[in-house]
Design a protein around this ligand. Structure first.
Ligand SMILES: NC(=O)c1ccc[n+]([C@@H]2O[C@H](COP(=O)([O-])OP(=O)(O)OC[C@H]3O[C@@H](n4cnc5c(N)ncnc54)[C@H](O)[C@@H]3O)[C@@H](O)[C@H]2O)c1
Length: 254
């Protein structure tokens, strides 16, 4: 049985994962860390990683970008594999993720759902055909009003996926309000909508002359991210140092 530490256990995702893990026999959340506290989660909650004296095989992180540097240092030093799900990481933090992955197993994914990881592949294929035929590419994402970062990590990952297929020929435009010019054919426009309790919606729009192809994903519940995170923790426990992603988890499950 894989023993998991839930980093950010008192947050929205931490609670969803706690509920999902309770129904599983192949893994167990044995401890949580959060700056808040809650004694109803069914496992001990510590206020810092250092305070936690419970042995674990993997950590699942759903906190926020500022918490990630310390978490990576801790995991590299203690050699505990980590599933890194917090979004809004800076370029410096992304570099630190790669550095840490030389010392310990790290899986980072802006989106843990099976559907979005399929979408990453589909948009690559679509771009390969449509971009050269003159279609403009726009991404619109929608999330709940509590989300701190914008655009979403998933929107950026979708843009990166397209750009990878296009040999990095595209640049990203987040705001047109101060520009009075036509869009550049080599830009990917990325727009963020925030409101209510929207779990997560992503539309990748390929707009051509007289036809539009839209590839969409809608998350109806946070459970899709939680399930992916638990599968990732199970996959990562006992793995050697390296940078892994959800495609590795999906492949291992097939
Ligand atoms: N990768 C994915 O699939 C995916 C899916 C959903 C959310 N997210 C990301 O996960 C993160 C958490 O999302 P959420 O909706 O659960 O947020 P949330 O605000 O509800 O929960 C975050 C929790 O982390 C705790 N926390 C924050 N900083 C901390 C620190 N330094 N030390 C200890 N605890 C700390 C908070 O007290 C809170 O309980 C966000 O970055 C969000 O964008 C990623």
């Amino acid at each position: 049985m894989v023993r998991v530490l839930m980093h950010g256990c008192c947050g929205a995702m931490g609670r969803v994962i706690t509920g999902l893990a309770a129904d599983r026999e192949d893994l167990k959340i044995v401890a949580g860390v959060d700056r808040n506290t809650d004694d109803s989660l069914g496992y001990p909650v510590f206020q810092s990683l250092e305070a936690c004296d419970v042995e674990v095989d993997a950590i699942i992180d759903f906190t926020a970008a500022p918490a990630v540097d310390h978490l990576l240092d801790y995991c590299a030093e203690k050699k505990v594999p980590v599933v890194l799900c917090s979004t809004g990481l800076s370029d410096a933090q992304m570099a630190k993720v790669s550095e840490s992955a030389k010392k310990v197993a790290v899986l980072r994914s802006a989106n843990m759902s099976l559907g979005i990881n399929l979408l990453m592949k589909l948009v690559k294929d679509a771009a390969a055909t449509l971009a050269d035929a003159g279609f403009d590419i726009e991404i619109v994402e929608k999330h709940h009003n509590r989300k701190l970062d914008a655009p979403s990590g998933t929107a950026l990952a979708l843009a990166d996926s397209i750009n990878e297929a296009m040999e990095d020929r595209y640049h990203y435009t987040y705001d047109r309000s101060t520009r009075h010019e036509k869009r550049d054919p080599k830009e990917i426009g990325i727009s963020a909508v925030r409101g209510g309790s929207i779990v997560g919606e992503h539309d990748v729009i390929f707009a051509g002359q007289d036809e539009v192809v839209t590839i969409s994903h809608t998350a109806y519940s946070r459970a899709i991210f939680g399930k992916g995170a638990l599968e990732a923790a199970k996959f990562l426990a006992g793995r050697p140092a390296g940078l892994y992603n959800m495609a590795d988890v999906i492949e291992a499950g097939n």
